[in-house]
Ligand binder design. Structure first.
Ligand code: CTP
Length: 398
């Protein structure tokens, strides 16, 4: 996701330095080339060797190091970066940058950069709320610097309050967001995700193994790319991506009502939800008691939400999913045609790395014009971006 991106990770002193190590791991895992700059205070907490080993690049610590300057100067480091991050950022470093002080490798390089700067502060709550710090942060925001707010909790100093470094995953997401082209700006995209639950009685229901991971990955990626995202989700345990408009539903009928109430104004609908095809014909208001050796529940067909969208007079760009356990292409082609879709994402859910509840997928994309693309094993996040690439291509110009 960050392939070919060059990131400078500036690390200033504070107990949260160890979390910058975790962030570095996330950045390099996503394919970024990371160059670390550490202040003197940061080196008191974690040695440069840790960052050097994980980044695969020498760590910059001294401004006037002739050997390092000959290999890659602080100016060329600043020039060649796509993103400059400071994690954790102390009140001191924020104050110095806001005041235009450049007296070490980190402050000098950040002043020389033209790339976006993302700062994740961590400090004592009283420092964080100090009007001097607040003014420094606001000043930098006015100049276009971006901040990832610290979270509230027990601080290393023993105080309770806001000042804990944001989790590395949150900072990583902010980095991705900063580096992502906003090719879905001005678009509204609806994503349905997760399973539906069809109640039998007050304590039981019919459902399926869908975790919602693919739908949530799509919602997160579309938001990052600038779309307004309406996420209609069945029950899941997943964290709601920042910035999406979430509507929680339980049953297929509730999902249908939510979809139809919000479809107007959407340029694309991605139906990643695993909708239950049937529901009990008669939901009992009392718990069904155990009686005979066998029991039968009579079911009735649920409305096909996607087919309903496909039958609209002028449907939005429609993307369906086909979770199959065999004859994947044949069944998916049938769904593509019968539901009048622009595109369908088919996968064989009997494979352990491409089914429900895993972080990877192996999909076959089929298009209305008869073309198809095989996507080998990849993370659901990566597949989400691939699907969105095709949606961007398929949408009429704004
Ligand atoms: N779908 C829907 N409403 C339903 C059933 C399915 O909107 N009642 C959507 C799903 O969200 C998915 C696509 O239709 O995008 C295909 O779903 P799937 O369950 O694979 O196919 P079905 O049409 O239900 O057919 P079958 O279960 O027989 O494979």
């Amino acid at each position: 996701m960050l392939k070919d991106k060059r990131i400078i990770l500036g690390v200033s002193g504070g107990i949260a330095v160890y979390k910058a190590v975790e962030l570095l791991r996330l950045l390099t895992k996503a394919g970024a080339e990371v160059h670390v700059i550490m202040t003197r205070a940061a080196q008191e907490f974690v040695t440069p060797l840790t960052f050097q080993t994980l980044s695969g690049n020498p760590v910059h610590t001294e401004l006037f190091n002739l050997i390092a300057e000959r290999e890659i100067s602080h100016i060329s480091l600043a020039d060649r970066s796509d993103l400059f991050m400071i994690v954790p950022a102390t009140a001191n470093i924020v104050g110095k940058i806001a005041a235009g002080i450049a007296d070490d490798m980190l402050t000098t390089t950040v002043m020389a950069t033209k790339s976006p700067v993302l700062i994740a502060p961590a400090m004592n709550v009283n420092m964080f709320t100090n009007p001097i710090y607040r003014e420094n942060e606001e000043r930098l925001i006015r100049f276009g610097y971006r901040f990832v707010a610290p979270v509230t909790g027990t601080l290393a100093c023993g105080w309770e309050g806001q000042g804990k470094l944001a989790p590395p995953e949150v900072i990583f997401e902010a980095a991705l967001e900063t580096l992502t082209l906003k090719d879905l700006a001005g678009r509204t995209i609806m994503v349905t995700a997760g399973p539906t639950r069809e109640e039998i009685d007050p304590v039981r229901y019919i459902s399926n193994h869908s975790s919602g991971k693919m739908g949530y990955a799509l919602a997160r990626a579309a938001t990052r790319r600038g779309a307004r995202v309406i996420l209609i989700s069945g029950p899941t345990n997943l964290a709601v991506p920042d910035g999406v408009e979430l509507l929680r539903v339980e049953s297929a009928c509730e999902m249908q009502a939510a979809v139809m109430a919000h479809v107007e104004g959407c340029q694309a609908v991605i139906k990643a939800a695993a909708v239950a095809d049937y529901r009990p014909i008669d939901r009992k208001s009392e718990k069904i008691k155990k009686k005979d050796e066998t029991a039968t529940i009579e079911l009735i067909k649920n409305p096909d939400i996607l087919a309903g969208l496909g039958a609209m007079k002028s449907p939005p760009f429609l993307v369906g999913f086909a979770a199959e356990t065999g004859m994947v292409r044949e069944y998916a082609e049938k769904k593509l045609t019968e539901k009048n879709l622009d595109m369908i994402v088919a996968n064989d859910v009997s494979q352990i790395d491409a089914g429900f509840n895993v972080d990877t997928n192996r999909a076959l994309l089929l298009f209305k014009n008869g073309s198809s693309v095989e996507c080998g094993l990849m993370s659901k996040d990566k597949l989400a971006d691939k699907i969105l690439d095709y949606i961007v291509t398929g949408l009429a110009p704004c």
